[in-house]
Design a binder for this molecule. Structure first.
Ligand code: BGC
Length: 301
């Protein structure tokens, strides 16, 4: 790995509505090629979603290879693949299915995506992935204390960061607010479904934010998801006494974060595998290994 060399990973963001993916330059957080978006199949059963994501990844790899050939460059090395999925994910298994088919509950998504992509793949919660990217390259960069990233899309996802370190799989979208599952009123979809004005929806979102403030006293709340492009329409109506800002990576955070987490997990795994292999063959402890640099989940301070 040379200074200035790109570190590439594929990020796939599976949502209740769309599947988005790109090759990401993990050092800069930028897309290293085209971004592909296809609609999430309906019904969103695991087999069809996984197959659809597989076609998207194959297209990305083909596009990256032909772009390199056209430019007279060597074909790019993709170091890892990460998938963000709208559910808590424990050891690769998706636990819930709020906005996708119920067959995802208890499904080994990591194994299924790995088979479909024909390489080891890492699956994480979509909002955790988006939060990781936003903390490193966006509005959370260098922010210490408790930072909460909320993604407002088909549902509401959350990533909680303490001095830049993620507490994974929090589900603040499903807090009970006003006797209801919060995301039923504060997601971007809820505004459209209920035909609300920006002000009326912002007031509902504000109830959710106030409840979060009561429980967590965050230093900063970052609002992401596609709707963050229109933050000027609703931020002025929010009264919760916490600094609240729009995400800077907009809707790309999920893709970038999935690639970052994928690379981080892959690097850890390679290191572990190397250690095990070394221990199997040597009596002396292995020499320190130089692998692709690990990308910190987020940069604090
Ligand atoms: C899911 C979360 C997800 C969020 C955003 C919620 O309904 O429960 O896991 O992060 O939607 O997609």
């Amino acid at each position: 790995m040379h200074e200035g060399e790109r570190l590439l990973a594929i990020g796939v963001d599976v949502g209740g509505t769309g599947i988005k993916a790109a090759v990401v330059d993990v050092k800069t957080g930028e897309m290293a090629g085209e971004r592909i978006r296809v609609l999430t199949p309906v019904p969103s059963k695991p087999a069809v979603v996984v197959a659809s994501a597989g076609r998207v990844v194959a297209r990305l790899v083909r596009a990256a290879n032909s772009a390199a050939v056209a430019a007279g460059l060597p074909t790019p090395v993709i170091q890892a693949i990460g998938v963000g999925f709208p559910s808590p994910v424990i050891n690769g298994v998706t636990k819930t299915a709020a906005n996708v088919d119920p067959e995802w509950v208890g499904f080994d998504a990591q194994a299924a995506f790995s088979r479909s992509f024909k390489r080891r793949t890492w699956v994480v919660n979509d909002a955790d992935a988006a939060g990781v990217a936003e903390m490193r390259f966006g509005a959370g960069h260098g922010k210490r204390g408790v930072v909460i990233v909320l993604t407002l899309g088909t549902g509401v996802g959350s990533g909680i960061f303490i001095d830049g370190r993620l507490v994974p799989n929090t589900e603040l979208g499903h807090m009970e607010v006003g006797g209801k599952d919060a995301e039923r009123r504060s997601s971007a979809n809820a505004r459209v479904r209920r035909g609300q004005s920006w002000k009326a929806w912002a007031e509902d979102l504000d109830d959710h934010l106030r409840a979060i403030d009561v429980l967590f006293s965050p230093n900063l709340i970052i609002l992401g998801g596609g709707i963050s492009k229109k933050a000027d329409r609703f931020l002025p109506f929010l009264k919760t006494p916490v600094p609240i800002v729009a995400a800077q990576l907009r809707n790309e955070a999920g893709i970038v974060g999935a690639a970052m987490v994928g690379l981080e997990r892959e690097t850890e795994m390679l290191r572990e595998e190397h250690d095990v292999a070394e221990r199997g063959h040597l009596d002396t402890p292995p020499a320190p290994l130089k692998v692709v640099p690990s990308v910190p989940a987020a940069e604090a301070g």
